[in-house]
Design a binder for this molecule. Structure first.
Ligand code: GDP
Ligand code: GDP
Length: 440
């Protein structure tokens, strides 16, 4: 199910990144533990009353020149209007209402997008009167918050949740594999799509999906139905900020949310850069199946070691995604493109596997017998029972005597054992540890 996307917009220094961190909450800590995940976060996933959402802080888009603050804030607002489901417009109670706030308000107002007005730095609830002047912005009741004190964040999330799109059922149906190609501009995403659609026996439906302003491409091959989810790079705007990292990440977020299988396209000619990691990291956190597609392989000067070296480079850069298979292709010569859809089918299938409980428990018992669970001050973790609670991505719950005793490294060990037993190629796994209730 697609997570709604919340974008935070506002002048520099109003506290966007502080509040952003509050909105991701404890998820942040979990993710930062993962090796290879960058600390410079552009987006995060949070949860409010059992509904997950994605949040992006649009701040930090820097541009040169006069009036740069105004221009960059305007850019943030435009980006948020295009890609977010709800916009949090943030102002600063200590600074009061400024003309830049009014400028932003105008842009947001015209867009017709849901806007929640948050007035930050109300550190003391007795100072609620500081928010009154912000009624003038025309977005209804301002919500008083304090990012640094963690005040009002629940109210803010509740106000956002009121605007979340309804939990619509999957727009294409379970039997259709939804594929998104993501990657930096010019890696060859559109060329790949054209090459896939031009393959033999591919039947392109002439009814393009047009849900939520997107232009998706449904097609069929060998009796399997697919939809290529519209992504950023394919709608070329030629705007100055098309190349900006945040912009392309945010554009990719929406497509990733709507897809099952993410093809992370890398330019074989150029190698891997930080931006590739941000986009891939989002696919991972969103729990999607993934394949690395190294394109333009025709243009790479090769010897017998090149493929192996490039593979190693991907593994080193994306330590957190060793499960994702890698395919070296050329959209230009169509080299190995015939392997792409079979690989998509394969990871889509793995993403949806359900393991029988007794089989899973046999694997966990064997793993525990081979390598005992962690201890703390003489107490050892005991795993009583394991069960799979979800697919897409596969999620497992381990019922234990004390979840505090679980260790990241032991969780990794169990994950590896589960993968060794069942495969799960191309799919991230989720493992949760819960306390066994006393009556069980
Ligand atoms: P951004 O530029 O909008 O992302 O703002 P930051 O999150 O970087 O915050 C700018 C400054 O405001 C920092 O010095 C923060 O510590 C401070 N700040 C953020 N939230 C609050 C708050 O709720 N109260 C107060 N007093 N200061 C805050
Ligand atoms: P996008 O921005 O990711 O959609 O990239 P495009 O599909 O527009 O491709 C960008 C450029 O790379 C174009 O000039 C393509 O002709 C070129 N290109 C795409 N795929 C390949 C490939 O496999 N080999 C070579 N040599 N060039 C390619």
């Amino acid at each position: 199910m697609a997570r709604p996307i919340i974008a935070i917009v506002g002048r520099p220094n109003v506290g966007k990144s502080t509040v952003f961190n509050r909105m991701i909450g404890d998820r942040l800590a979990i993710v930062e533990d993962m090796p290879g995940v960058t600390r410079d976060r552009l987006y995060g996933i949070g949860e409010w009353l059992n509904r997950e959402y994605s949040v992006i802080d649009t701040g930090g888009i820097e541009i040169e020149g006069e009036n740069e603050i105004l221009r960059s804030v305007r850019m943030q607002a435009e980006l948020a209007i295009e890609e977010a489901d709800v916009i949090v417009f943030m102002a600063d109670a200590k600074a009061g209402l400024t003309s830049s706030d009014e400028e932003i308000a105008q842009i947001l107002y015209r867009s017709g997008k849901p806007v929640v007005l948050a007035v930050n730095k109300v550190d003391n609830l007795k100072r609620q009167d500081e928010i009154f002047e912000f009624y003038a912005l025309g977005f209804g009741d301002p919500i008083a918050i304090s990012g640094s004190h963690g005040i009002g964040i629940g109210d803010l999330l509740e106000a956002c949740a009121n605007h979340f799109p309804e939990d619509v059922e999957d727009e294409y149906g379970d039997e259709v594999i939804k594929v998104a190609l993501i990657g930096r501009p010019n890696v060859g995403k559109s060329s790949l799509v054209n090459a896939i659609l031009g393959e033999e026996r591919v039947i392109v439906s002439n009814v393009a999906g047009t849900t939520r302003d997107a232009i998706d491409t449904p097609f069929e091959k060998d009796d399997q139905k697919y939809v290529i989810i519209d992504t950023a790079g394919m709608r070329k705007r030629g705007k100055v900020y098309e190349n900006m990292e945040k912009y392309s990440v945010m554009r990719a977020m929406k497509a990733i949310e709507r897809a099952d299988v993410i093809l992370i396209v890398i330019n074989g000619e150029e190698g891997i850069i930080e931006q590739d990691k941000h986009i891939a990291g989002y696919a991972h956190e969103a729990g999607k199946a993934a394949v690395f597609v190294v394109n333009k392989w025709d243009a790479v000067e090769k010897d017998e070691k090149t493929l192996q070296h490039f593979t190693q480079k991907i593994r080193d850069h994306f330590l957190f995604m060793t499960y994702a298979p890698i395919l070296f292709v050329s959209a230009k010569t169509t080299q190995r493109l015939n392997r792409l859809l079979p690989l998509v089918n394969q990871v889509a299938e793995q993403h949806a596997i359900r393991i029988q409980t007794h089989v899973l428990n046999d694997v966990i018992s064997d793993a525990v017998a081979l390598n005992s669970p962690p201890t703390d001050k003489g107490r050892r973790m005991r795993i009583n029972y394991a069960t799979q609670v979800a697919v897409r991505p596969p999620a497992f719950v381990l019922f234990v005597n004390d979840p505090e005793l679980m260790h990241f490294s032991y969780e990794r060990y169990l994950e590896n054992k589960i993968r060794a037993a069942f495969g799960f190629e191309g799919t991230p796994l989720r493992i949760f540890t819960r306390k066994k209730s006393s009556d069980e």
